[in-house]
Design a protein. Structure first.
Length: 101
């Protein structure tokens, strides 16, 4: 079943954060993930969102997402975002849409 990494980010230093954004997308691809939401325009429909940006990656399964997250390459890349904002990250299990039909 697919899995998703959901990121809620409040970026305070976009100039410094840029280094992270240049390194991580190729890593996501390399480890078998794909971006399905990457910041962009958003329209809060309910609740307080403030300047929160949302990013989502889709992964083949939980194991692939965990392999990315704990990889030496991503652990090193994650250091590039230190001091650039506040982040909340969650790994969630998806559903098999075919099984619902």
């Amino acid at each position: 079943m697919p899995a998703y990494i959901v990121v809620e980010a409040n970026i305070s230093d976009f100039a410094k954060f840029k280094a992270y954004t240049e390194v991580v997308p190729p890593l996501v691809s390399q480890f078998g993930g794909e971006y399905i939401v990457m910041g962009g325009e958003h329209d809060p429909l309910e609740g307080e969102w403030g300047k929160t940006r949302v990013v989502m990656h889709r992964w083949p399964d939980l194991e692939a997402a965990r392999a990315f997250w704990h990889s030496d390459e991503y652990v090193a890349a994650k250091k590039l975002r230190e001091g650039t904002g506040e982040f909340r990250v969650m790994l969630v299990d998806g559903i098999n849409i075919e099984s619902l039909k």
